[in-house]
Design a protein around this ligand. Sequence first.
Ligand code: MEV
Length: 395
Amino acid sequence: MNTGSLPLDLADRMIENVVGSFPVPLGVAVNFLINDRDFLIPMAIEEPSVVAAASYAAKMAREGGGFRTNSTASVMIGQIQTVGMSDPYAAKVRVMQAKTEILKKANDQDPLLVSLGGGAEDLETKVIHTSEGPMLITHLLVDCKDVMGANAVNTMAEAVAPIIERLTGGRVYLRIISNLATKRLARAWCLVPRDAVGGEEVVDGIVKASAFAAEDPYRAATHNKGILNGIIGVVVATCNDHRAIEAGAHAFAARNGRYTTLSTWERSDKGDLVGSIELPMAVGTIGGAVRTHPIAKISLKILRVETARELGEVLAAVGLAQNLGALRALAHEGIQRGHMSLHARNIAVAAGAKGQLIDQVAEEMVQEKKIRMDRAKELIQKHRLAGKSETRGNE
Ligand code: MEV
């Protein structure tokens, strides 16, 4: 069986009940200048226009010096849920008092991570009041360095649970990483010269689009989806856990009690466009499938990033670029013009066009502004008949 680039025996070791592999287009976005270094950005995504829009936006940002980024350390949170204590607040203090013992037990689970300068580094505790009574929630803060960290954190959380039960007199249930990775944030910003983005009116439109999304969760969800279009493309191309990134991004966007945007677009004092973004970024450059999947290895080579923090910062810049590409199109000509020609090609393929006929039919549908399956089928039929009568005429 042809499984593409992922050998079946490898796939079989990655998940259960494997019957094949599932290819998605891999594109490379260009023009990215991040912290004065040029980057090529591999993206695995099925949606037309995303790679083109990211490249176009990166070109605009490049005219203002590209993207600047920074990040926190790679600290993930492991949660330990304890229930059934008569004195949850005193139990909380007892757990904090045993911090050294708990951190040591956690770090004993992963000497390699500790030798690389990572490991469990702090504890936080809180009492929450639930429909099932008070619970003590302990947060184990683990610097995961270059791994995403779910395995390391979950192992540590499970290992320290008996100590917490002993200290609290309660019963531990859940011991699991949190995807709301508020201590592992990546940030990016850029200044796009007014003329590069299309003039004052376009700047105005983008700033107003950003303000709209900041206040309205219906728009914020779509605004953030546009950001994730770019980020998830790279996350998938590097075989990182995109569900973790999505969950973290949306939870972070709602962290103040109301869902809002992950990015903001403002006007500089000179009337240029300034964009910024901050979001959790639980990605790794080692561990998991990142270093086993052949395409993920190639993607990392294309990116030329060594550390998880570097990768996270590139992802933040890609998200901001993707957002800029979408907002510029929305505030200017609308997204459908660019989107539709690729969409038309997909429709043409789905209707049965092959080879040159794909572009021909797609172009005609775009010209007619009738990008529909029934029209694609009619056009294919028309061209096939024309082709046949031409052949007959030549006989
Ligand atoms: C489509 O995949 C993404 C957009 O809807 C994002 C946005 O509206 O900002 C274009």
